[in-house]
Design a protein around this ligand. Structure first.
Ligand SMILES: Cc1cc2nc3c(=O)[nH]c(=O)nc-3n(C[C@H](O)[C@H](O)[C@H](O)COP(=O)(O)OP(=O)(O)OC[C@H]3O[C@@H](n4cnc5c(N)ncnc54)[C@H](O)[C@@H]3O)c2cc1C
Length: 440
Protein backbone atom coordinates (compact mmCIF):
# COMPACT_ATOMS: atom_id res chain seq x y z
CA UNK A 1 0.00 0.00 0.00
CA UNK A 2 1.14 3.55 -0.67
CA UNK A 3 2.29 6.02 1.94
CA UNK A 4 0.58 9.40 1.89
CA UNK A 5 1.41 12.54 3.86
CA UNK A 6 -1.38 15.04 4.51
CA UNK A 7 -0.26 18.52 5.52
CA UNK A 8 -2.81 20.24 7.77
CA UNK A 9 -5.33 18.56 10.09
CA UNK A 10 -8.35 20.77 9.43
CA UNK A 11 -11.57 19.35 8.01
CA UNK A 12 -10.05 19.19 4.49
CA UNK A 13 -6.95 17.28 5.61
CA UNK A 14 -8.84 14.95 7.96
CA UNK A 15 -11.45 14.05 5.32
CA UNK A 16 -8.86 13.26 2.67
CA UNK A 17 -6.93 11.20 5.23
CA UNK A 18 -9.85 9.06 6.38
CA UNK A 19 -11.01 8.39 2.83
CA UNK A 20 -7.52 7.23 1.82
CA UNK A 21 -6.89 5.26 5.01
CA UNK A 22 -10.18 3.40 4.50
CA UNK A 23 -8.96 2.49 1.02
CA UNK A 24 -5.97 0.83 2.68
CA UNK A 25 -3.33 3.52 2.18
CA UNK A 26 -0.93 4.35 5.00
CA UNK A 27 -1.71 7.98 5.87
CA UNK A 28 0.07 10.40 8.20
CA UNK A 29 -1.40 13.83 8.99
CA UNK A 30 0.98 16.60 10.03
CA UNK A 31 -0.84 19.28 12.03
CA UNK A 32 0.86 22.24 13.65
CA UNK A 33 -1.60 22.77 16.51
CA UNK A 34 -2.07 20.57 19.58
CA UNK A 35 -5.59 19.61 18.38
CA UNK A 36 -7.18 18.64 15.04
CA UNK A 37 -10.05 20.44 13.29
CA UNK A 38 -8.40 23.71 12.24
CA UNK A 39 -10.98 26.47 12.03
CA UNK A 40 -13.73 24.07 13.14
CA UNK A 41 -12.39 23.18 16.57
CA UNK A 42 -12.88 23.65 20.30
CA UNK A 43 -10.86 24.65 23.33
CA UNK A 44 -11.23 25.09 27.08
CA UNK A 45 -13.34 28.11 27.95
CA UNK A 46 -11.25 30.69 29.78
CA UNK A 47 -12.06 30.96 33.52
CA UNK A 48 -14.41 27.96 33.48
CA UNK A 49 -14.66 25.96 36.67
CA UNK A 50 -15.06 23.02 36.23
CA UNK A 51 -13.24 23.19 32.85
CA UNK A 52 -15.67 23.47 29.94
CA UNK A 53 -14.89 22.78 26.29
CA UNK A 54 -16.42 25.31 23.92
CA UNK A 55 -16.33 25.67 20.13
CA UNK A 56 -14.36 28.59 18.71
CA UNK A 57 -17.72 29.47 17.17
CA UNK A 58 -20.97 27.71 16.33
CA UNK A 59 -20.54 25.56 13.23
CA UNK A 60 -23.73 24.44 11.52
CA UNK A 61 -24.42 22.49 8.35
CA UNK A 62 -27.42 22.01 6.12
CA UNK A 63 -28.70 18.66 4.90
CA UNK A 64 -27.42 19.50 1.42
CA UNK A 65 -23.85 19.12 2.80
CA UNK A 66 -23.72 15.54 1.58
CA UNK A 67 -19.95 15.11 1.71
CA UNK A 68 -19.64 16.53 5.22
CA UNK A 69 -22.38 14.14 6.39
CA UNK A 70 -20.46 11.29 4.73
CA UNK A 71 -17.29 12.41 6.58
CA UNK A 72 -19.18 12.26 9.91
CA UNK A 73 -20.41 8.79 8.90
CA UNK A 74 -16.88 7.63 8.27
CA UNK A 75 -15.86 8.93 11.71
CA UNK A 76 -18.88 7.20 13.28
CA UNK A 77 -20.23 10.47 14.72
CA UNK A 78 -23.20 11.23 12.49
CA UNK A 79 -25.59 10.58 15.39
CA UNK A 80 -23.96 13.50 17.23
CA UNK A 81 -25.50 15.95 14.74
CA UNK A 82 -29.08 16.99 15.46
CA UNK A 83 -31.06 18.36 12.53
CA UNK A 84 -33.60 21.13 13.16
CA UNK A 85 -36.47 21.69 10.71
CA UNK A 86 -37.79 24.95 12.19
CA UNK A 87 -36.16 28.37 11.91
CA UNK A 88 -37.18 31.28 14.17
CA UNK A 89 -36.92 34.83 12.80
CA UNK A 90 -37.08 37.25 15.73
CA UNK A 91 -37.74 40.98 15.35
CA UNK A 92 -36.53 43.65 17.74
CA UNK A 93 -39.35 43.72 20.29
CA UNK A 94 -39.43 39.93 20.46
CA UNK A 95 -42.01 38.98 17.82
CA UNK A 96 -41.22 35.51 16.41
CA UNK A 97 -42.02 34.19 12.92
CA UNK A 98 -41.66 30.47 12.37
CA UNK A 99 -40.23 29.15 9.11
CA UNK A 100 -40.55 25.47 8.18
CA UNK A 101 -41.56 23.30 5.28
CA UNK A 102 -45.24 22.72 4.60
CA UNK A 103 -47.30 20.21 2.66
CA UNK A 104 -46.52 21.34 -0.90
CA UNK A 105 -43.73 19.65 -2.88
CA UNK A 106 -40.46 21.50 -3.61
CA UNK A 107 -39.83 24.16 -4.77
CA UNK A 108 -43.12 25.34 -3.21
CA UNK A 109 -42.57 23.66 0.18
CA UNK A 110 -42.11 26.97 2.02
CA UNK A 111 -45.15 28.72 0.51
CA UNK A 112 -47.37 28.45 3.60
CA UNK A 113 -44.62 29.38 5.99
CA UNK A 114 -43.40 32.24 3.81
CA UNK A 115 -46.93 33.63 3.53
CA UNK A 116 -47.11 33.69 7.33
CA UNK A 117 -43.86 35.58 7.96
CA UNK A 118 -44.91 38.69 9.84
CA UNK A 119 -41.73 40.69 9.41
CA UNK A 120 -42.38 41.21 5.69
CA UNK A 121 -45.38 42.91 4.10
CA UNK A 122 -47.31 41.55 1.12
CA UNK A 123 -45.46 43.67 -1.45
CA UNK A 124 -42.09 42.51 -0.11
CA UNK A 125 -43.20 38.88 -0.17
CA UNK A 126 -44.42 39.13 -3.74
CA UNK A 127 -41.16 40.71 -4.87
CA UNK A 128 -39.13 38.00 -3.08
CA UNK A 129 -41.33 35.33 -4.69
CA UNK A 130 -40.62 36.80 -8.14
CA UNK A 131 -36.88 36.87 -7.43
CA UNK A 132 -36.88 33.25 -6.26
CA UNK A 133 -38.51 32.18 -9.53
CA UNK A 134 -35.95 34.24 -11.46
CA UNK A 135 -33.13 32.62 -9.47
CA UNK A 136 -34.42 29.16 -10.43
CA UNK A 137 -34.62 30.17 -14.09
CA UNK A 138 -31.28 31.96 -14.30
CA UNK A 139 -29.22 29.55 -12.19
CA UNK A 140 -27.97 27.53 -15.12
CA UNK A 141 -28.43 30.01 -17.95
CA UNK A 142 -26.62 33.16 -16.81
CA UNK A 143 -22.92 33.37 -17.47
CA UNK A 144 -22.15 36.55 -15.53
CA UNK A 145 -23.08 35.43 -12.02
CA UNK A 146 -19.48 35.36 -10.81
CA UNK A 147 -18.79 38.84 -12.13
CA UNK A 148 -21.64 40.61 -10.32
CA UNK A 149 -22.45 40.86 -6.63
CA UNK A 150 -25.55 39.36 -5.10
CA UNK A 151 -26.69 42.90 -4.31
CA UNK A 152 -26.33 43.87 -8.00
CA UNK A 153 -28.59 40.96 -8.89
CA UNK A 154 -31.17 41.70 -6.19
CA UNK A 155 -31.37 45.32 -7.34
CA UNK A 156 -31.73 44.13 -10.92
CA UNK A 157 -34.72 42.11 -9.69
CA UNK A 158 -36.12 45.28 -8.08
CA UNK A 159 -36.06 43.87 -4.59
CA UNK A 160 -37.36 46.28 -1.97
CA UNK A 161 -34.83 47.47 0.63
CA UNK A 162 -36.57 45.72 3.52
CA UNK A 163 -36.87 42.50 1.49
CA UNK A 164 -33.13 42.65 0.87
CA UNK A 165 -32.31 43.47 4.47
CA UNK A 166 -34.71 41.14 6.27
CA UNK A 167 -34.79 38.17 3.92
CA UNK A 168 -31.88 37.93 1.49
CA UNK A 169 -29.24 39.48 3.72
CA UNK A 170 -30.41 37.61 6.80
CA UNK A 171 -30.08 34.24 5.06
CA UNK A 172 -27.09 34.76 2.78
CA UNK A 173 -24.68 36.81 4.89
CA UNK A 174 -24.63 34.09 7.55
CA UNK A 175 -24.41 31.27 5.00
CA UNK A 176 -21.53 32.77 3.02
CA UNK A 177 -19.99 35.04 5.65
CA UNK A 178 -19.86 38.02 3.37
CA UNK A 179 -21.92 41.14 2.78
CA UNK A 180 -24.28 41.15 -0.20
CA UNK A 181 -22.33 43.95 -1.88
CA UNK A 182 -19.09 41.92 -1.67
CA UNK A 183 -20.51 38.45 -2.35
CA UNK A 184 -20.44 36.89 -5.81
CA UNK A 185 -23.99 36.25 -7.05
CA UNK A 186 -22.80 32.77 -8.08
CA UNK A 187 -22.36 31.82 -4.41
CA UNK A 188 -25.63 33.44 -3.35
CA UNK A 189 -27.43 31.42 -6.03
CA UNK A 190 -25.70 28.15 -5.19
CA UNK A 191 -26.37 28.23 -1.44
CA UNK A 192 -29.93 29.51 -1.75
CA UNK A 193 -30.85 26.97 -4.43
CA UNK A 194 -29.33 23.95 -2.70
CA UNK A 195 -30.58 24.92 0.74
CA UNK A 196 -34.07 26.15 -0.03
CA UNK A 197 -35.24 24.97 -3.44
CA UNK A 198 -33.53 21.75 -4.47
CA UNK A 199 -35.34 19.33 -2.16
CA UNK A 200 -37.78 19.45 0.75
CA UNK A 201 -35.34 18.73 3.57
CA UNK A 202 -32.04 20.27 2.42
CA UNK A 203 -32.66 23.41 4.51
CA UNK A 204 -32.63 21.44 7.77
CA UNK A 205 -29.88 22.78 9.99
CA UNK A 206 -27.48 20.36 11.65
CA UNK A 207 -26.02 21.39 14.99
CA UNK A 208 -23.40 19.20 16.66
CA UNK A 209 -24.54 18.02 20.10
CA UNK A 210 -20.96 17.78 21.31
CA UNK A 211 -18.04 20.19 21.00
CA UNK A 212 -16.55 20.08 17.50
CA UNK A 213 -13.28 18.62 18.73
CA UNK A 214 -15.16 15.54 20.00
CA UNK A 215 -16.20 14.75 16.41
CA UNK A 216 -12.60 14.08 15.42
CA UNK A 217 -10.85 13.64 18.74
CA UNK A 218 -7.50 11.90 18.99
CA UNK A 219 -9.37 8.99 20.54
CA UNK A 220 -11.74 8.63 17.54
CA UNK A 221 -8.79 9.07 15.23
CA UNK A 222 -6.81 6.34 16.96
CA UNK A 223 -9.54 3.91 15.86
CA UNK A 224 -9.16 4.78 12.16
CA UNK A 225 -7.05 2.02 10.61
CA UNK A 226 -3.89 2.98 8.68
CA UNK A 227 -3.96 6.60 9.86
CA UNK A 228 -1.59 8.48 12.15
CA UNK A 229 -2.37 11.96 13.41
CA UNK A 230 0.77 13.87 14.40
CA UNK A 231 -0.15 17.00 16.34
CA UNK A 232 2.30 19.81 17.22
CA UNK A 233 4.15 19.11 13.96
CA UNK A 234 4.34 22.34 11.96
CA UNK A 235 5.49 21.88 8.38
CA UNK A 236 8.25 24.37 7.65
CA UNK A 237 9.00 23.57 4.03
CA UNK A 238 7.96 21.24 1.23
CA UNK A 239 11.08 20.30 -0.76
CA UNK A 240 10.74 19.99 -4.51
CA UNK A 241 13.35 18.50 -6.87
CA UNK A 242 13.10 17.65 -10.56
CA UNK A 243 9.42 18.50 -10.75
CA UNK A 244 8.23 16.45 -7.79
CA UNK A 245 7.97 16.68 -4.03
CA UNK A 246 10.82 14.79 -2.35
CA UNK A 247 10.26 15.53 1.34
CA UNK A 248 8.53 17.61 3.97
CA UNK A 249 10.59 19.38 6.63
CA UNK A 250 9.01 19.79 10.07
CA UNK A 251 10.24 20.73 13.53
CA UNK A 252 10.16 17.03 14.40
CA UNK A 253 12.17 15.81 11.42
CA UNK A 254 11.88 15.23 7.70
CA UNK A 255 9.12 13.02 6.27
CA UNK A 256 8.84 11.32 2.89
CA UNK A 257 5.94 9.56 1.17
CA UNK A 258 4.69 8.25 -2.19
CA UNK A 259 2.15 11.06 -2.44
CA UNK A 260 1.51 14.36 -0.65
CA UNK A 261 -1.68 16.33 -0.04
CA UNK A 262 -1.47 19.96 1.02
CA UNK A 263 -4.56 20.91 3.05
CA UNK A 264 -3.07 24.12 4.44
CA UNK A 265 -4.80 27.51 4.50
CA UNK A 266 -3.97 29.80 1.59
CA UNK A 267 -2.05 32.37 3.64
CA UNK A 268 0.71 29.89 4.58
CA UNK A 269 1.20 28.47 1.06
CA UNK A 270 3.87 30.91 -0.18
CA UNK A 271 6.14 30.25 2.79
CA UNK A 272 5.61 26.47 3.09
CA UNK A 273 5.52 25.53 -0.63
CA UNK A 274 7.29 28.45 -2.34
CA UNK A 275 7.90 26.34 -5.46
CA UNK A 276 4.17 26.07 -6.15
CA UNK A 277 3.11 28.81 -8.56
CA UNK A 278 -0.11 30.22 -7.07
CA UNK A 279 -1.68 33.60 -7.74
CA UNK A 280 -3.31 34.42 -4.41
CA UNK A 281 -3.69 38.14 -5.09
CA UNK A 282 -7.51 37.98 -5.10
CA UNK A 283 -7.77 36.02 -1.85
CA UNK A 284 -8.68 37.81 1.37
CA UNK A 285 -10.36 36.79 4.61
CA UNK A 286 -13.75 37.76 6.01
CA UNK A 287 -14.12 37.75 9.82
CA UNK A 288 -16.68 36.10 12.13
CA UNK A 289 -17.21 37.00 15.78
CA UNK A 290 -18.59 34.51 18.28
CA UNK A 291 -19.85 35.90 21.58
CA UNK A 292 -20.36 33.38 24.38
CA UNK A 293 -22.59 34.61 27.21
CA UNK A 294 -23.38 32.77 30.43
CA UNK A 295 -26.36 34.24 32.33
CA UNK A 296 -27.40 33.71 35.92
CA UNK A 297 -30.81 32.45 34.77
CA UNK A 298 -32.53 31.14 31.61
CA UNK A 299 -33.28 33.95 29.16
CA UNK A 300 -34.85 31.98 26.27
CA UNK A 301 -36.54 28.70 25.48
CA UNK A 302 -35.72 28.84 21.75
CA UNK A 303 -33.07 26.34 20.58
CA UNK A 304 -31.72 28.92 18.12
CA UNK A 305 -32.94 32.05 16.36
CA UNK A 306 -31.97 34.46 13.64
CA UNK A 307 -32.11 38.06 14.86
CA UNK A 308 -33.31 40.75 12.44
CA UNK A 309 -31.94 44.26 11.81
CA UNK A 310 -28.99 44.18 14.21
CA UNK A 311 -25.24 43.38 14.32
CA UNK A 312 -25.74 39.93 15.81
CA UNK A 313 -27.22 37.53 13.25
CA UNK A 314 -27.79 34.28 15.15
CA UNK A 315 -28.37 33.03 18.66
CA UNK A 316 -27.69 29.41 19.60
CA UNK A 317 -28.92 28.06 22.92
CA UNK A 318 -26.00 26.00 24.18
CA UNK A 319 -27.34 25.15 27.65
CA UNK A 320 -30.75 25.51 29.30
CA UNK A 321 -31.24 29.03 27.99
CA UNK A 322 -28.44 30.29 30.26
CA UNK A 323 -25.44 29.74 27.99
CA UNK A 324 -25.96 31.41 24.60
CA UNK A 325 -23.57 31.63 21.68
CA UNK A 326 -24.18 34.66 19.48
CA UNK A 327 -22.71 34.92 15.99
CA UNK A 328 -22.00 38.03 13.92
CA UNK A 329 -20.99 37.13 10.35
CA UNK A 330 -18.77 39.30 8.12
CA UNK A 331 -18.16 41.14 11.40
CA UNK A 332 -15.82 43.91 10.19
CA UNK A 333 -17.74 46.46 12.29
CA UNK A 334 -16.61 44.65 15.46
CA UNK A 335 -12.93 44.31 14.56
CA UNK A 336 -11.80 47.48 16.31
CA UNK A 337 -14.05 47.16 19.33
CA UNK A 338 -12.65 45.87 22.62
CA UNK A 339 -13.99 42.55 23.88
CA UNK A 340 -15.98 44.35 26.60
CA UNK A 341 -17.50 46.69 24.00
CA UNK A 342 -18.53 43.65 21.94
CA UNK A 343 -20.14 42.00 24.99
CA UNK A 344 -21.97 45.21 25.92
CA UNK A 345 -23.31 45.61 22.38
CA UNK A 346 -24.37 41.96 22.23
CA UNK A 347 -26.20 42.09 25.58
CA UNK A 348 -27.89 45.36 24.62
CA UNK A 349 -29.07 43.92 21.29
CA UNK A 350 -30.13 40.60 22.80
CA UNK A 351 -32.29 42.44 25.32
CA UNK A 352 -34.30 43.86 22.40
CA UNK A 353 -35.17 40.34 21.21
CA UNK A 354 -35.42 38.59 24.58
CA UNK A 355 -36.70 40.88 27.32
CA UNK A 356 -35.63 38.37 30.02
CA UNK A 357 -32.04 39.36 29.24
CA UNK A 358 -32.67 42.79 30.79
CA UNK A 359 -33.35 41.23 34.20
CA UNK A 360 -30.53 38.69 33.95
CA UNK A 361 -26.90 39.11 34.90
CA UNK A 362 -24.01 38.03 32.66
CA UNK A 363 -21.87 35.88 34.94
CA UNK A 364 -19.22 35.06 32.35
CA UNK A 365 -18.44 35.95 28.75
CA UNK A 366 -15.97 35.07 26.05
CA UNK A 367 -15.47 36.76 22.68
CA UNK A 368 -13.78 34.90 19.81
CA UNK A 369 -12.90 37.25 16.97
CA UNK A 370 -11.79 35.12 14.04
CA UNK A 371 -10.23 37.52 11.55
CA UNK A 372 -9.25 34.64 9.24
CA UNK A 373 -12.61 32.88 9.41
CA UNK A 374 -13.46 32.30 5.74
CA UNK A 375 -12.25 33.53 2.39
CA UNK A 376 -14.23 36.43 1.03
CA UNK A 377 -16.42 34.94 -1.74
CA UNK A 378 -16.14 37.99 -3.95
CA UNK A 379 -16.89 38.28 -7.67
CA UNK A 380 -14.11 36.97 -9.87
CA UNK A 381 -12.60 34.68 -7.26
CA UNK A 382 -13.95 31.43 -8.72
CA UNK A 383 -11.62 31.63 -11.71
CA UNK A 384 -8.68 32.25 -9.36
CA UNK A 385 -9.31 29.25 -7.09
CA UNK A 386 -6.75 26.57 -7.93
CA UNK A 387 -7.84 23.03 -8.74
CA UNK A 388 -6.64 19.85 -7.09
CA UNK A 389 -3.81 19.14 -9.55
CA UNK A 390 -0.45 20.88 -9.22
CA UNK A 391 2.57 20.99 -11.53
CA UNK A 392 4.04 18.24 -9.31
CA UNK A 393 2.53 14.84 -10.09
CA UNK A 394 2.85 13.61 -6.49
CA UNK A 395 1.24 16.68 -4.83
CA UNK A 396 -2.53 17.31 -4.61
CA UNK A 397 -4.10 20.50 -3.32
CA UNK A 398 -6.97 20.67 -0.81
CA UNK A 399 -8.47 23.28 1.52
CA UNK A 400 -11.81 25.09 1.47
CA UNK A 401 -10.23 27.82 -0.67
CA UNK A 402 -9.46 25.51 -3.60
CA UNK A 403 -11.92 25.12 -6.49
CA UNK A 404 -14.79 23.17 -4.92
CA UNK A 405 -17.73 25.18 -6.27
CA UNK A 406 -18.69 25.91 -2.65
CA UNK A 407 -18.02 28.93 -0.49
CA UNK A 408 -15.74 28.65 2.53
CA UNK A 409 -17.56 26.00 4.55
CA UNK A 410 -16.96 22.60 6.12
CA UNK A 411 -18.75 21.02 3.13
CA UNK A 412 -16.36 22.88 0.82
CA UNK A 413 -13.43 21.66 2.92
CA UNK A 414 -14.58 18.02 2.77
CA UNK A 415 -15.24 18.28 -0.96
CA UNK A 416 -11.68 19.51 -1.43
CA UNK A 417 -10.39 16.69 0.78
CA UNK A 418 -12.28 14.04 -1.18
CA UNK A 419 -11.19 15.53 -4.51
CA UNK A 420 -7.58 15.44 -3.34
CA UNK A 421 -8.00 11.84 -2.18
CA UNK A 422 -9.40 10.90 -5.61
CA UNK A 423 -6.55 12.73 -7.31
CA UNK A 424 -4.02 10.90 -5.12
CA UNK A 425 -5.50 7.48 -5.90
CA UNK A 426 -5.33 8.26 -9.61
CA UNK A 427 -1.71 9.40 -9.32
CA UNK A 428 -0.94 6.17 -7.45
CA UNK A 429 -2.52 4.06 -10.19
CA UNK A 430 -5.57 2.92 -8.20
CA UNK A 431 -8.29 5.44 -9.11
CA UNK A 432 -11.22 5.57 -6.66
CA UNK A 433 -14.51 7.50 -6.59
CA UNK A 434 -14.99 9.20 -3.23
CA UNK A 435 -16.82 12.50 -3.80
CA UNK A 436 -20.62 12.70 -3.73
CA UNK A 437 -21.98 15.10 -6.35
CA UNK A 438 -24.22 17.97 -5.23
CA UNK A 439 -27.84 16.90 -4.93
CA UNK A 440 -28.78 19.28 -7.76
C1 LIG B 1 -15.70 31.43 13.45
C2 LIG B 1 -16.00 30.51 12.30
C3 LIG B 1 -17.31 30.08 12.08
C4 LIG B 1 -17.58 29.24 11.00
N1 LIG B 1 -18.84 28.75 10.84
C5 LIG B 1 -19.08 27.80 9.90
C6 LIG B 1 -20.34 27.16 9.84
O1 LIG B 1 -21.25 27.44 10.62
N2 LIG B 1 -20.51 26.21 8.88
C7 LIG B 1 -19.53 25.86 8.00
O2 LIG B 1 -19.74 24.96 7.17
N3 LIG B 1 -18.31 26.47 8.04
C8 LIG B 1 -18.07 27.41 8.98
N4 LIG B 1 -16.84 28.01 9.05
C9 LIG B 1 -15.83 27.71 8.00
C10 LIG B 1 -15.13 26.38 8.26
O3 LIG B 1 -14.65 26.32 9.57
C11 LIG B 1 -13.96 26.26 7.29
O4 LIG B 1 -14.41 26.45 5.96
C12 LIG B 1 -13.30 24.88 7.35
O5 LIG B 1 -13.15 24.44 8.67
C13 LIG B 1 -11.95 24.99 6.64
O6 LIG B 1 -11.28 23.76 6.73
P1 LIG B 1 -9.86 23.58 6.05
O7 LIG B 1 -9.39 22.24 6.46
O8 LIG B 1 -9.95 23.89 4.61
O9 LIG B 1 -8.92 24.73 6.67
P2 LIG B 1 -8.39 24.90 8.17
O10 LIG B 1 -9.46 24.59 9.13
O11 LIG B 1 -7.79 26.26 8.22
O12 LIG B 1 -7.26 23.79 8.31
C14 LIG B 1 -5.92 24.00 7.98
C15 LIG B 1 -5.09 23.30 9.04
O13 LIG B 1 -3.71 23.45 8.70
C16 LIG B 1 -2.98 23.69 9.90
N5 LIG B 1 -1.72 24.32 9.55
C17 LIG B 1 -1.48 25.61 9.17
N6 LIG B 1 -0.19 25.79 8.89
C18 LIG B 1 0.41 24.59 9.09
C19 LIG B 1 1.75 24.12 8.94
N7 LIG B 1 2.73 24.93 8.55
N8 LIG B 1 2.01 22.83 9.23
C20 LIG B 1 1.03 21.98 9.63
N9 LIG B 1 -0.25 22.36 9.80
C21 LIG B 1 -0.56 23.65 9.51
C22 LIG B 1 -3.92 24.55 10.71
O14 LIG B 1 -3.58 24.52 12.09
C23 LIG B 1 -5.27 23.90 10.43
O15 LIG B 1 -5.55 22.86 11.35
C24 LIG B 1 -16.54 28.86 10.11
C25 LIG B 1 -15.24 29.29 10.34
C26 LIG B 1 -14.97 30.09 11.42
C27 LIG B 1 -13.55 30.51 11.68
Amino acid sequence: MSQILVLGGGVAGLSSAIALAQKGHEVTILESRPYPGGRASSYSAPHSEPPETIDNCQHILLKCCVNLIDFYDRLGVRDQIRFHDEFYFVEPGGHISLFRKGALPPPFHFTESFAGLEFLNLGEKLSIGRAILALRRQRKSRRDLDSITMLDWLREQRQKPRAIERFWRQILVSAINEELDRMSAAHGFQVFYLGFLAAADTYEMGIPQVPLSHLYSEEIWSRVPNATLRLRTPVRRVQVEDGKVVSVVTDSGTFTADHYISALPFHVMPSVIPDLPLDLSLFEYSPITGIHLWFDRPVTILPHATLLDRTIHWMYNKGQGRYLLLVASASRSLTDKSRQEVVDLAVEELGEFMPAVRQAKVVRSHVAKEQRATFSAKPGLEAARPGVATPFANLSLAGDWTRTGWPSTMEGAVRSGYLAAEHATTALGQPARILFPDIA
